[in-house]
Design a protein around this ligand. Structure first.
Ligand code: ANZ
Ligand code: ZN
Length: 683
């Protein structure tokens, strides 16, 4: 034992606040407005938090990782920018208003105050002077300017689109908010509806967004692959099929296919439920109308459509085959054909496509094989329950016989083009980004609708369009829409009474340029060129894999848009991306089926556990996702109270490689605590 008179324990509770205040007083983490070139610049950023109420262990891991990079780079002589802000608009604040009568702004700013204090206790080397929340008028007002610049530059447009409509809540639902065909809040069956909405023209940059992925050499391959699939470049053909008898004012139907080589394996044509031919057929036949209503209840989510059983109905219409003289095929309406993709119509080739095969088997449609797999004999090869989707050699295919898949595609396209019945095209899966939301707690879209003059941008001297504070959440629908006066304005062009747009922006818009705003967070313009061009791109961005697609893609689009409009010299926002794993925790279930919190059990060294109250053994699930319902969340604040921030940070870094999931354990954190004791004395 040690008999020297050292304090019994390193006193983190005194030391940590002491140093945190010293850093603050010395402005130790302040970055210059513009990197001055005396040292290399380094911009490190963690995905900013949504102010939900309290920080969680995922935040602790995320911000600790970024902090280590920031401190390391500073120590290595870099000029480091390391800011923090709040992704503060969104539905939970409105739900709090409806459920508890608290104003969304009050709820949000209160949560921000709590979470800021928690983050500050973590001792992160953040330059708090740059902090903003996206719900500050000084932020969203600048965003409105950007919206109008994108509008002027042809990167925003208003168009009709199909949306999931909740008939009870009177709002558009995102696909994730449609659960089993019903609105997530109201439980009402969702309708598909056509609405005029604002769109960012992300598809204009589809080729660039895809090609530039190759240059992102400090991004995880997995994320790049997910983005590439989302953008979804498909080479194929449009093929026109003549209708035997005209319908819906058309004498033909166009399909998109990636496999024109399989045209001789066709057994039906299928259109989406929203296709004009489907509507024409429904007008003649109530059974068809009924089927269409059922399909619409599925919503617009691709995942839901993918999982649903393949179903269809014959319209009675028939089309002629482009190559086989005299042959005609039935036109079906099928639930797996999406109106938003390609032309909203397909030709079904059951032997070469699994969905088509499932469909053909269900409705007893023919399954002519046309691709012979390598090593198979054409006299014995047969299709059972599995379609053959790979390459092979064409047979039963007229002039294409004997050609391999690629040559067959080219030959089919050449023949279609020669006959004027089709053409080779590239199709993109990416859709334009619909940003209109019928919600209060978001950035107002800065336009005015005038009956005489059409859609008018809000004049610069009337920006920002600020959210009204006196709003009524007791009615359903958008509070901005039923506010008594807010939307009634004079047309900026003719001065007659006009209506303000009452839709607000998707909150993904707010997070699509915040990293650029951090470079000049208080400027009276959205960006300051020298600062933005000096600091961007972000050298190291850190966040969860759940943002692999939308947030990162929208940010890439915004940056590209800004550079297209001459506002930025860089086209990519994030040079390096790191996606961290989750923080998990064991969960404990008692023998009578109750979830027990970690402090209600005794855990043995072998990981088994007993209920403190009853002494009975409990079922332990290791590495479970932290969730309130399983009572296995760990509160970072309590950990810092007990062990100090350094211990929490040390454990979260030392346990497992940062890209992997890690398990938070009591034994792990107390081990980390013992480790920090001797190190701390060297302060
Ligand atoms: C005939 C065919 C034969 C097809 C075959 C595939 C295999 P990707 O790669 O995703 O672009 N398709 C086209 N439009 C569709 C829509 N609106 N809804 C549902 N499916 C649609 O897929 C293109 C293929 O998906 C197209 O090629 C088409 O089916 C189908 F042996 O055409 B194929
Ligand atoms: Zn007017």
């Amino acid at each position: 034992m040690n008999d020297v008179a050292l304090p019994a324990r390193y006193d983190f509770a005194a030391a940590e606040p002491h140093w945190q205040q010293a850093w603050e007083a010395g402005a130790c983490f302040a970055a210059p407005d513009v990197p001055d070139g005396s040292k290399p610049k380094y911009y490190v950023l963690e995905m900013f938090p949504y102010p939900s109420g309290k920080i969680h262990m995922g935040h602790v891991r995320n911000y600790t990782l970024g902090d280590v990079v920031a401190r390391y780079k500073r120590a290595r002589g870099f000029q480091v920018l390391h800011p923090m802000g709040w992704d503060a608009f969104g539905l939970p604040a409105e739900n709090a208003a409806r459920e508890r009568g608290v104003h969304p702004a009050a709820w949000t700013y209160q949560n921000i105050a709590t979470m800021r204090a928690e983050l500050q206790r973590m001792g992160l080397s953040i330059e708090w002077d740059r902090e903003f929340a996206t719900c500050d008028p000084s932020y969203y007002g600048q965003q409105q300017k950007l919206f109008l610049e994108f509008l002027k530059g042809g990167l925003v447009e208003r168009k009709e689109s199909w949306v999931n409509w909740d008939p009870v809540d009177h709002t558009v639902l995102a696909n994730e908010q449609v659960i089993d065909g019903r609105g997530w809040r109201s439980g009402a069956p969702v309708e598909k509806k056509k609405l005029s909405q604002w769109f960012f023209s992300i598809t204009k940059f589809a080729p660039q967004l895809l090609e530039a992925l190759d240059g992102l050499d400090r991004w995880p391959e997995r994320v790049k692959l997910m983005q590439a699939n989302w953008i979804g470049r498909s080479e194929g053909a449009r093929v026109r099929f003549a209708l035997e008898t005209p319908a819906a004012g058309q004498d033909s139907v166009e399909v998109f296919t990636t496999r024109p080589d399989t045209l001789f394996g066709m057994s039906f044509l299928a259109v989406a439920a929203e296709h004009p031919l489907a509507a024409a057929a429904a007008a003649q036949n109530p059974a068809i109308a009924g089927f269409i209503t059922e399909v619409r209840a599925l919503g617009t989510s691709e995942a839901a459509i993918e999982q649903a059983e393949k179903r269809g109905i014959d319209t009675g219409l028939r089309v002629k085959h482009p190559f086989i003289e005299g042959a005609t095929f039935p036109v079906w309406i099928a639930n797996f054909v999406l109106m938003e993709y390609g032309t909203g119509a397909i030709f079904g080739c059951p032997s070469g496509d699994q969905r088509d095969l499932d469909f053909a088997r269900k409705y007893d449609l023919p399954v002519p094989p046309v691709i012979l797999p390598p090593g198979e004999d054409s006299s014995t090869f047969a299709i059972g329950k599995t379609a053959y989707t790979d390459d092979g050699v064409l047979y039963n295919s007229g002039f294409l016989d004997g050609l391999a898949t690629d040559a067959g595609k080219r030959a089919a396209i050449d023949a279609l083009e020669a006959k004027g019945q089709g053409k080779g095209i590239v199709n993109w899966r990416l859709r334009d980004w619909g940003v209109s939301r019928q919600r209060y707690w978001g950035c107002p879209i800065p336009v005015i609708h005038c009956d005489a003059c059409g859609t008018q941008p809000v004049p610069q001297d009337q920006l920002p369009v600020v959210l009204p504070e006196d709003v009524d959440f007791s009615k359903s629908g958008n509070p901005l829409d039923h506010h008594p006066s807010w939307k009634h304005v004079a047309c900026p062009s003719c001065g007659k009474p006009a209506l303000r747009e009452t839709d607000t922006c998707d909150t993904f818009v707010d997070s699509s340029w915040y990293f650029a705003r951090f470079t000049a967070p208080k400027a009276g313009t959205p960006l300051v060129a020298e600062a933005a061009n000096g600091w961007l791109p972000v050298d190291q961005y850190i966040g969860g894999i759940e943002h692999a697609i939308l947030h990162l893609l929208y940010s890439r689009f915004f940056t590209r848009g800004l550079s297209h409009l001459g506002q930025l010299s860089t086209a990519e926002p994030f040079a390096g991306l790191f996606t961290q794993g989750m923080v998990q925790h064991a969960s404990y279930k008692s023998q009578d089926g109750r979830w027990l919190a970690p402090d209600e059990v005794d855990v043995a060294t072998d990981g088994s556990a007993t209920d403190k109250a009853t002494g009975l053994s409990v079922t332990v699930a290791r590495n479970d996702k932290m969730s309130k319902s399983k009572r296995n969340t760990i509160d970072p604040g309590a950990i810092i109270d007990h062990y100090g921030a350094d211990t929490a940070r040390w454990f979260i870094l030392s346990d497992n490689p940062p890209e992997r999931d890690m398990e938070w354990t009591e034994s792990g954190v107390s081990g980390a605590s013992r480790f920090t004791q001797p190190v701390s004395y060297t302060h």
